[in-house]
Design a protein around this ligand. Structure first.
Ligand code: NAD
Ligand code: UD1
Length: 336
């Protein structure tokens, strides 16, 4: 299949490009490089042994997207492109709606013009808002607590309308839980600019000595050890989930929401312990107050993905930590 990956040089996009290419798909990457670097192109080419076509452009450039879909005879699109930092979205809501919502409208216009009607969208477990029950299945009510989450929710609703307007559309909204880890080569991974917002890159930088300690956001949650519990999923499992979604879309039409998670939650302190084992380094931490907007626990019911995609996450927490550490060390050596 010929597949366009918007946001393809980003963290999840680059791992998915590797997986799809190794399964025999023809992959084209499209990215404005606002949160990634084209250096990743060399790394993924090194992993799979061939170059990837790359178009530098913004998803709001409908004409460029349309030309890209046409010139590469695309069959499907995986739409990763978007902004993703919750705190920043509160400060800059217009940027978030412009990039995420307007960007998706532009993509849909280009797809419609080229009659490309298979779409996999990067959604998030954030669309469940405050969990009313656990584990979270896809029938859990949706809501949003910040502009980032609201942009994902609006896009999901928009895609639902598109699918009901024309039964030729095939759309999968993949609700990711907490993606972590890196490709086993250590060549690609998550390397955020500045202070990491998320737990795993923060822990990795503390283990590497780049930061002195981790602040643990709250130790008084009603969990086993008082710290927040999340469903961490290895980015390579997530990437394989996208390949399974594409395959599923060849056999079905309509709009579908599917969780991509493991179904198992780990606390912050369990993550620290696992990382210390994987890296043989100490990760000093200090308890701090809760972060606004955080929930005590969040984990998936991954049953639907198993049934529809014949996919389950198979990599362990140790794999997640070991691969993150391998990537962190390659970054320290000036890798990327
Ligand atoms: P990322 O920032 O590494 O990748 C996103 C890519 O999109 C970047 O390369 C960026 O340069 C590009 N981009 C942003 N705006 C663009 C635009 N207007 N036009 C073209 N390219 C643009 O993020 P990621 O972690 O790989 O996330 C991919 C998708 O998955 C995002 O939509 C994100 O919201 C979603 N998601 C991520 C997580 C997570 O924890 N990483 C969790 C849930 C959902
Ligand atoms: C965050 C986003 C969520 C997004 C997800 C993507 C918020 C409020 N939520 O979720 O919308 O979809 O990332 O992966 O930003 N923690 C610490 N210290 C840190 C960082 C995190 O203790 O320095 C704790 C958090 O309180 C939480 C856990 O670690 O319990 C995971 O945090 P994080 O990686 O930021 O993910 P989420 O909060 O689940």
């Amino acid at each position: 299949m010929n597949v366009l990956l918007t946001g393809g040089t980003g963290y999840i996009g680059s791992h998915t490009a590797v997986v799809l290419s190794q399964l025999g798909h023809e992959v084209v990457l499209y990215d404005n490089l606002s949160n990634s670097s084209d250096a990743v192109l060399e790394k993924i080419a090194q992993i799979v042994g061939q170059d990837f076509p790359f178009v530098r452009g913004d998803v709001r450039d409908t004409e460029l997207l349309r030309n890209t879909l046409a010139s590469h005879s695309m069959d499907a699109v995986i739409h990763f492109a978007g902004l993703k930092a919750v705190g920043e979205s509160v400060a800059k809501p217009v940027d978030y709606y412009a990039n995420n919502v307007q960007g998706t409208i532009s993509l849909l216009q280009a797809m419609q013009a080229q009659q490309v009607k298979s779409l996999v969208f990067s959604s998030s477990a954030t669309v469940y808002g405050q969990p009313q029950y656990l584990p979270l299945d896809e029938n859990h009510p949706t809501s949003a607590t910040n502009p980032y989450g609201r942009s994902k929710l609006y896009i999901e609703e928009m895609l639902k309308d598109v699918a009901s307007s024309d039964h030729g559309w095939r759309i999968a909204c993949l609700r990711y839980f907490n993606p972590v880890g890196a490709h086993q080569s250590g060549l690609i991974g998550e390397n955020p600019n500045g202070l990491p917002n998320n737990l795993m890159p923060y822990i990795a930088q503390v283990a590497a000595g780049q930061r002195s300690e981790l602040g643990v956001f709250g130790d008084d949650y009603p969990t086993n050890d008082g710290t927040g519990v999340r469903d961490y999923i290895h980015v390579m499992d997530l990437a394989e989930g996208h390949a399974a979604a594409l395959d599923f879309l060849t056999k079905t039409t309509g709009w579908h929401a599917i969780n991509l998670g493991t179904g198992k939650g780990y606390s912050v302190l369990e993550m620290v312990g696992a990382f210390e084992r994987a890296s043989s380094r100490k990760v000093p931490y200090r308890m701090t107050s809760r972060r606004a907007g955080d929930v005590a626990e969040c984990y998936a019911n991954p049953k639907r993905a198993g049934e529809l995609f014949k996919w389950t996450a198979r990599r362990s927490l140790d794999d997640m930590c070991a691969s993150t550490w391998r990537f962190q060390q390659s970054v320290e050596l000036g890798g990327s």
